[in-house]
Design a protein around this ligand. Structure first.
Ligand SMILES: *Cc1c(COP(=O)(O)O)cnc(C)c1O
Length: 225
């Protein structure tokens, strides 16, 4: 665990963000590496959506924290961990292979659940970021997903921009993802409504370019070092 900001600063950060964000933008508080106590502070301030990137850590927090928290898996998925989160995870942001959809669908079926998923699109320059490229994602989205994966709801897309000071570049990456999202909406079910883009360093650009969901950690809980 890494140290969190004092409770009063966590509350203030949440208030500032809520005042700043347009009402259609959902805020996921990214609590990875932060103690359950920090999550309780945010929860008491009304926050219900939290993001984690490791299944084991998310499971431990799920077991000890209030049951109405919606847990978002924002990290890279490992096949052998899917079964541990399938019973409770609310949304999986990092689906980057068709094979993962199969695995998720299978585990969701065992739990008698439908799990919300986002397809991760590779929009950054860095090789290290995961995801589909646009043609791959378009091919996947052209399938009848509800029929192939009845236990999943493909709710939209997720992307991470290049980690860069170059605002024009980051903005262009977000704009490209938004264009692709808009082009897909017409052929998708009504629930295809989520565009998860933007974190502490770039969320203002993401909102300006049409994000509907932000994943913000450091600006709420403090840096992770
Ligand atoms: C850690 C993480 C975030 C939050 O990062 P901050 O810069 O602390 O806001 C957002 N998205 C993903 C995928 C992450 O892994």
């Amino acid at each position: 665990m890494t140290e969190s900001l004092p409770a009063s600063q966590i509350r203030e950060a949440l208030e500032r963000l809520r005042a700043e964000l347009p009402s259609q933008v959902q805020l996921i508080a990214v609590s990875k590496t932060k103690a359950a106590e920090a999550i309780e502070v945010a929860y008491a301030a009304g926050q219900r959506d939290f993001g984690e990137n490791r299944v084991q850590e998310m499971l431990e927090k799920y077991e000890r924290l209030p049951q109405d928290i919606r847990w978002h898996m924002i990290g890279h998925l490992q096949s052998n961990k899917i079964k541990y989160m399938a019973p409770f995870v609310y949304m999986v942001h990092g689906v980057d292979k068709a094979k993962r959809l199969k695995e998720l669908n299978k585990e969701a079926a065992k739990c008698g659940r439908q799990i919300n998923c986002l397809l991760q699109i590779h929009i950054a320059e860095e090789e290290s970021k995961f995801g589909f490229d646009y043609p791959e994602a378009a091919a996947l989205l052209a399938q009848d997903l509800a029929q192939h994966y009845p236990h999943l709801r493909i709710r939209g897309l997720m992307g991470m921009a290049t980690f860069s000071e170059d605002q024009a570049k980051v903005r262009a990456e977000f704009a490209g993802l938004k264009r692709f999202f808009d082009a897909q909406v017409a052929s998708q079910p009504d629930y295809f409504d989520t565009l998860s883009m933007g974190m502490t360093g770039d969320y203002q650009l993401a909102v300006a370019e049409g994000s509907t969901m932000l994943r913000i950690g450091s600006a709420i809980f403090g840096s992770r070092a």
